[in-house]
Design a protein around this ligand. Structure first.
Ligand code: ADP
Ligand code: MG
Length: 278
């Protein structure tokens, strides 16, 4: 397998879209696995109490497991919660347990409630874990968990499902990103749009695709993820589709998308700097 280029500096991407079922988790785990399979070290932070990313990466997430919840409360260090994924030796995951469901409310009364995750993702911890990429999988809401993810990252990756109402609600997400940028994290920007669940048999899929390209230009990856049964079956086996059926169109498209992301990362010129208060 050909390696993929390492980024100019460590990249932290938040995978966000407040709609459920658009492919956030699927894209997070499969992009992470594709990068890892090609020699790049990746940390996935599961920020959805459902813990679907943890499951897909073969990482324990029962209550009591050291998780992102304790990390955000400041009870444990990121390094204590980062578990090895069975998907690749280059892949780590900070799991989410169901305890995280209460965090949305518990965080409200805490000091620096929007920056708990950012403060935990220290350069020291990430350097020791030796990761080039951090991918944060968000829950389907714009609450405090997603805000924490936006404050902790420099980049946002938005998966958009090639379906009816795909763009509905996107304005709300983009204005939330603008708010976080102006008040909490000046380096935040939407770097990547990924079209998911593309069904070439429908005219609609092409309409959505061209509308998104018109709106976002080159921010939208050339690679589009096809709707594929293999992609939807893989999590049932606690696997990414790259492990479940590496030759499938779904797996290959995630490798192509990851390569685009890696190539962009290797060509980043100016360090946007970290101004999120760490
Ligand atoms: P989100 O994290 O945004 O809620 P998921 O990644 O969990 O979305 O995807 C929602 C559902 O769609 C899951 O059952 C998943 O397996 C399925 N799915 C995701 N991507 C594809 C695809 N390319 N083809 C078929 N099914 C998919
Ligand atoms: Mg999800």
């Amino acid at each position: 397998k050909h390696g993929m280029p390492r980024p100019s500096w460590r990249r932290i991407l938040t995978v966000a879209n407040q709609k459920g079922g658009v492919g956030k988790t699927t894209s997070t785990v499969n992009l992470a696995a594709a990068l890892a399979m090609h020699g790049i070290r990746v940390l996935v932070v599961d920020l959805d109490p459902q813990g679907n990313a943890s499951t897909a990466l073969g990482v324990e997430h029962r209550t009591g497991t050291p998780s992102v919840y304790e990390v955000m409360l400041g009870e444990i260090d990121l390094r204590e919660a980062a578990a090895q994924s069975s998907a690749s030796p280059n892949l780590l995951c900070v799991p989410a347990t169901i305890d995280l469901a209460g965090a949305e409310i518990e965080l409200v009364s805490m000091v620096a409630r929007e920056a708990r995750l950012a403060q935990a993702l220290t350069d020291d911890a990430l350097a020791e874990l030796d990761v080039d990429y951090v991918l944060i999988d968000c829950p389907p809401s714009l609450g405090l968990l997603t805000v924490n993810a936006l404050v902790a990252a420099a980049e946002v990756l938005i998966p958009i499902q090639c379906e009816y109402y795909a763009l509905e609600g996107l304005g709300q997400l983009l204005s939330n990103i603008d708010l976080v940028r102006s008040h909490l994290n000046t380096s935040l920007h939407v770097s990547t749009i990924l079209l998911t669940m593309y069904d070439g048999r429908t005219k609609l899929a092409d309409q959505v695709t061209s509308e998104v390209r018109q709106h976002f230009g080159p921010t939208a990856l050339r690679t589009v993820i096809p709707r594929s049964v293999k992609v939807s079956e893989a999590p049932g086996y606690s696997q990414t589709v790259l492990a479940y059926d590496p030759g499938s169109r779904g797996a290959m498209s995630y490798v192509d998308a990851a390569r685009e992301i890696a190539e962009y990362g290797a060509n980043l010129r100016a360090d946007p700097g970290r101004t999120n208060g760490r």
